[in-house]
Design a protein around this ligand. Structure first.
Ligand code: MEV
Length: 425
């Protein structure tokens, strides 16, 4: 039985951490070579991915531990430049684990394609004729993906919406079950393919043919309980619920609250080279549907424990996309060990909830800077010029002095180098 509660993982040496991850995920020597930096995205492949290519950019990737989701253990690869995100996520997962972990549900992976029809001579009539041709249009769309059709997926339904202020315009919304793909390509292909038939049937002209990133037919819901005794007691729990109501009632807070959620989700999407902009667009537009608000909710149960929940659209794939081009992204997927896009969506929602819980708990208690600056102190020491063991020496000295700043790091480094050169003379 796999166990993601890897004790003192953060204290281990890098090689040992990689070994533990490799054991957990049954990684091959080739995968370990990737993690240890001996094999990565080649310049040749990278050049074929974007235009005017010049180089690649590195982002550190770590592993969040302790995740138990629907009874299964996961280690979660997270690529992010911000310190304390991975630690916070692992902390919240550890607390949730004590109450059975995260319980999630993902809907069918239905994406929406939008076909905008303009200059329609008789929109009311066109709406009816388009719906009468529903079967024919769906059949046509499905010609574009034999593999989805074989899986009884593909174009499933369509419906018409219209503008109130633009009388000669209708929108045909195509619902496509994209299974394990993110789905943008197939949805766009289908929309473009049926567009001429849509023009003929409606008497109008097709303008835009593109998927919607508000994938609110591809939702994931997730809940976890955080025991009050493990998070600082009843007052902290009460304050967490107050923090939620702050986000619910104040759009400026809601934006930051949701940013914290996306800190976690984006980091996993980047580690797996999924389209994080699509998920961001979906998350924020969904958060705006009844007036912009938080994507998570927090409430107390009868014992005073905190129940956290998240509902979020999640357009992600486990096949297709750019993932295959990147050896690290492929190893990340192996570490995650998800068998479908909906399992992946459930992992992502759990990470978002964990991240948000950890941030809100810290904010409602000791404040975020304490933990954050402690971890950031290493970056500050490096930026000041510290190398090797000096990074730890200077960062822990700043933490001890409660004075974590670039100027103090430079002072300490100068002192250290000066004292050491004295000793040598
Ligand atoms: C920082 O990257 C994220 C937080 O601001 C999120 C929040 O305030 O909930 C800490």
């Amino acid at each position: 039985m796999k166990n993601s509660a890897l004790k003192d993982f953060h204290k281990k040496h890098l090689k040992e951490r990689i070994r533990l991850v490799a054991d957990f995920a049954n990684l091959s020597q080739g995968d370990v070579d990737v993690l240890e930096g001996r094999r990565n995205l080649s310049l040749e492949t990278a050049e074929s991915m974007v235009e005017n290519f010049v180089t690649k950019i590195e982002i550190p990737m770590g592993i969040a531990t302790n995740f138990l989701i629907n009874g299964k253990d996961y280690l979660i690869p997270m690529a992010i430049e911000e310190p304390s995100v991975i630690a916070a996520c692992s902390y919240a997962a550890k607390i949730a684990r004590q109450s059975g972990g995260f319980t999630c549900y993902a809907s069918d992976p239905l994406m929406i394609g939008e076909i905008q029809i303009i200059d329609i001579p008789n929109p009311d009539y066109a709406r009816i004729t388009l719906m009468k041709n529903r079967e024919k249009l769906l059949e046509m769309a499905n010609e574009k993906s034999k593999s989805l059709s074989q899986m009884k997926a593909g174009a499933k339904d369509l419906y018409i919406t219209g503008y109130h202020d633009d009388q000669d315009v209708l929108v045909l919304n195509l619902l496509v079950d994209v299974r394990d793909a993110m789905g943008a390509n197939i949805v766009n292909t289908m929309c473009e393919y049926i567009a001429p038939a849509v023009e003929e049937i409606s008497g109008g002209k097709v303008n835009l043919r593109i998927l919607s990133n508000l994938s609110d037919r591809r939702m994931v819901h997730c809940s976890a309980t955080f025991k009050t005794d493990l998070i600082g007691g009843k007052e902290v729990s009460r304050r967490i619920v107050k923090a939620y109501s702050f986000a619910k009632n104040d759009i400026h807070r809601a934006a930051t609250h949701n940013k914290g959620i996306m800190n976690g989700i984006d980091a996993v999407l980047i580690a797996t080279l999924n389209d994080w902009r699509a998920v961001e667009a979906g998350a924020h537009s969904y958060a705006s549907m009844g007036g912009y608000g938080p994507l998570t909710r927090f409430a107390l149960d009868s014992k005073g424990d905190v129940i956290g929940s998240i509902s979020i659209p999640m357009a992600v794939g486990t096949v297709g996309g750019s993932m295959r081009s990147s050896p690290v992204a492929m190893v990340s997927m192996k570490i995650l060990g998800v068998g479908s896009s909906s399992e992946f969506a459930q992992v992502l929602a759990s990470v978002g909830l964990a991240q948000n819980f950890a941030a809100v708990r810290a904010l409602a208690n000791e404040g975020i800077q304490h933990g954050h600056m402690k971890l950031h102190s290493r970056n500050i020491a490096i930026a000041a010029g510290a190398k090797g063991e000096l990074v730890d020496i200077i960062s822990s000295r700043m933490v001890k002095e409660k004075n974590i700043s670039p100027s103090r790091a430079v002072e300490l480094l100068e002192q250290y180098l000066h004292n050491n050169s004295d000793r040598k003379e």
